[in-house]
Design a protein around this ligand. Structure first.
Ligand SMILES: Cc1cc2nc3c(=O)[nH]c(=O)nc-3n(C[C@H](O)[C@H](O)[C@H](O)COP(=O)(O)OP(=O)(O)OC[C@H]3O[C@@H](n4cnc5c(N)ncnc54)[C@H](O)[C@@H]3O)c2cc1C
Length: 237
């Protein structure tokens, strides 16, 4: 059963830069000493009355005493500024865990995971969680970012695809991503990549990112014959 959300405190242990605007923060739980959550859930950080920002837990529930958050700080608002300022030793107060964008292991339909930019965070937690639990299930991930360096966790997914034959990874970057970085992979839009690469027998979709993309992805799968509720989503913006 999903854990009930509660007020929590944690301490920042380490921060890392995954890309110029993508940062990770490792937090050590203080109260409670370990957070019980499902892969894909998020925490709510307060910034004054009725002003909160949500950050998804990028790590997996296996070690609840430490959680990792991952943020794209490009939006530049209060949440981004807070995340970018985090440093080892800082105390963080939040409410969590929250949200129902979680993988249902009892559902035997073939899943396709679709991530737009930082929408990869809940999907990363779900996929690594399945791997840690040795759940051998054919699954496809289509991840889109504006440039190769913004494909967060790309190396993890490449390694996962090598290790688990049933897992197929399709990274895609924008057509105009530039040639500064060597990228021999696919370029183009996320929607085109979904049309091309989503398996025709995919029956349950997990999509996270911006609202416009979620809507288009849903329309596409409904046109393929899926029920609307077979397209599960998390809207980040
Ligand atoms: C359930 C949920 C989980 C989330 N998990 C994460 C997470 O794990 N990591 C993360 O970085 N963000 C996550 N977000 C988004 C996050 O809560 C903030 O909205 C984001 O950090 C921007 O906050 P801000 O105060 O800097 O900018 P704001 O001033 O709040 O936003 C400025 C504008 O940017 C838009 N925006 C917000 N995020 C993005 C984005 N990534 N790309 C493009 N436009 C954007 C907003 O809709 C708004 O129009 C999540 C949101 C939700 C609802």
């Amino acid at each position: 059963m999903a854990a009930k959300a509660r007020d929590c405190r944690a301490r920042v242990v380490l921060t890392r830069r995954l890309a110029p605007s993508i940062l990770e923060a490792d937090l050590s739980m203080v109260d409670p000493p370990a957070l019980s959550f499902d892969a894909g859930q998020w925490i709510s950080v307060p910034f004054g009355p009725k002003n909160v920002r949500a950050y998804t837990i990028a790590s997996t529930p296996r070690i609840g005493a430490a959680i990792t958050l991952c943020a794209d700080v490009a939006p530049g608002g209060v949440g981004s500024q807070w995340f970018a300022s985090l440093a080892a030793g800082d105390e963080v107060s939040f409410k969590g865990p929250l949200g129902g964008f979680v993988f249902d292991r009892a559902d035997e339909r073939r899943p396709v995971f679709i991530a737009e930019e930082i929408g990869i965070v809940p999907i990363r937690s779900m996929l690594i969680d399945l791997d840690e639990a040795a759940v051998a299930r054919p699954a496809t991930l289509i991840q889109w970012a504006p440039s190769p360096e913004n494909l967060a966790y790309h190396d993890d997914f490449v390694a996962l695809a090598r290790r688990r034959p049933g897992f197929v990874y399709h990274p895609v970057v924008a057509e105009n991503a530039g040639d500064a970085q060597a990228w021999g992979g696919t370029r183009g839009s996320l929607l085109d990549a979904v049309v091309r690469s989503a398996p025709t027998d995919a029956r349950i979709v997990y999509v996270a990112g911006g609202e416009a993309t979620i809507k288009r992805v849903r329309e596409m799968f409904v046109a393929r014959g899926l029920e609307r509720k077979a397209v599960r989503w998390e809207r980040f913006w």
